[in-house]
Write a protein that binds this ligand. Structure first.
Ligand SMILES: Cc1ncc(COP(=O)(O)O)c(C=O)c1O
Length: 358
């Protein structure tokens, strides 16, 4: 059997979502976040489609080199910077932009620049305004700034930070983080970037010079209880590969965890956790066959899952089954799996065929 699992990637929806970013943040440049293979959508295809993005952001030098080699010409920003001096040679060679988030990096950079005076490297200085993940602590920002200012051939793009509670519209922490960042602007540079998708949507005061949308580009609304005009980019699909009748009391799947309450039809779908569908999803989570919602029963296994067909007896072997995307919001499926859409999207595995639709 050829594996029927496929992720349709709607590039028009991607463009639409990008336009939504532009309409929320009219005055800001857009750094499109395409790390983790563009949240599972394929970073090269996504970056090639987003021709109007002013820059791209990735998590690692490998991800950046992949994009540069594929012909992406916009600035590519390494959100975690670099770890070794050797990496800086690659960063220079591929004209990548680095986020400096520690004195460790500033020292490595200054040593490398001394040895290679012909290098010109663009940098963002990341400040820890309260996330306490990466960034220079507020009390050390001026020291970091002064150490950077004296370096030759460094182009400082601005100050960067990241919100820890951006999807909570009422959270006071957002304003506090923004205040800390903005407090440094008069003493350093006027340019800054802090807004991710959620902040782009509900916190316009934080937009600054560069916004950094990730999840909204892929059509996922990061804010609960607020409608946003976004279109899902990925629709994950497979096919029904078997239909069978269970008798009352018969069990299905690993652990024999689901017992048939009556004589009934079940369907078997060719998709499982080795494709990226979460094993721990709760029972009765829907899939879509045609426009009918059909519940999952029993445990999701590596390559297959089972469906309760009692309300869908007219389906056939070979019918398309949608796991999330158009017609079935990934936000809801993520809730059923006790996770977030970011995780579902980025965990789609390489054996799922990508089908790009223009
Ligand atoms: C530093 C940084 N900026 C921007 C983003 C994009 O965030 P979102 O996908 O919520 O828009 C991320 C994603 O995790 C990030 O780590």
């Amino acid at each position: 059997m050829f594996r029927p699992v496929q992720a349709d990637i709607d590039l028009l929806a991607l463009k639409h979502n990008f336009q939504m970013v532009k309409s929320y943040a009219k005055k800001s440049a857009v750094m499109a976040v395409v790390k983790a293979n563009a949240y599972g959508h394929g970073s090269i295809a996504v970056a090639k489609t987003l021709k109007d993005a002013d820059a791209f952001a990735v998590a690692s030098t490998d991800e950046a080199v992949l994009l540069r080699t594929a012909g992406i010409v916009q600035p590519i920003v390494l959100l975690e910077g670099f770890l070794t001096e050797d990496e800086l040679a690659v960063i220079w060679q591929y004209k990548l932009t680095v986020v400096l988030h520690s004195f460790y990096q500033i020292i490595l950079l200054s040593e490398a620049i001394k040895k290679n005076p012909h290098w010109i490297i663009s940098v963002w200085l990341k400040i820890d305004t309260g996330m306490h993940r990466l960034g220079i602590l507020p009390e050390q920002v001026m020291l970091a700034w002064d150490s950077l200012k004296v370096l030759q051939n460094i182009q400082i793009m601005g100050l960067m930070s990241h919100f820890s509670c951006a999807e909570e519209q009422q959270d006071k922490y957002n304003q506090q983080q923004l205040n800390i960042l903005q407090g440094f602007l008069s003493m350093t540079t006027k340019r800054y970037s802090i807004a991710n998708s959620a902040a782009i949507i509900h916190f316009s005061k934080s937009h600054g010079d560069w916004v950094r949308p990730g999840i909204m580009l892929y059509g996922v609304n990061p804010i609960a209880n607020k409608w946003v005009d976004l279109q899902p980019v990925m629709t994950l699909k497979s096919k029904l590969i078997a239909i069978k009748t269970l008798l009352p009391g018969e069990a299905i799947g690993y652990g024999a965890s689901w017992i048939s309450p009556e004589k009934m039809l079940i369907g078997i779908v060719a998709i499982g956790y080795a494709d990226g569908y979460p094993r721990h999803i709760r029972e009765n989570t829907p899939v879509l066959i045609g426009n009918k919602k059909v519940p999952i029963i029993g445990r999701v296994s590596m390559d297959m899952m089972m469906l309760d067909l009692r309300q869908a007896e007219d389906v056939h072997i070979g019918d398309t089954v949608t796991l999330w995307g158009k017609g079935l919001a990934i936000e809801y499926i993520a809730e059923c799996a006790g996770t977030i859409a970011y995780e579902l999207l980025s965990q789609v595995t390489p054996r799922v065929k990508m089908n790009y639709i223009n």
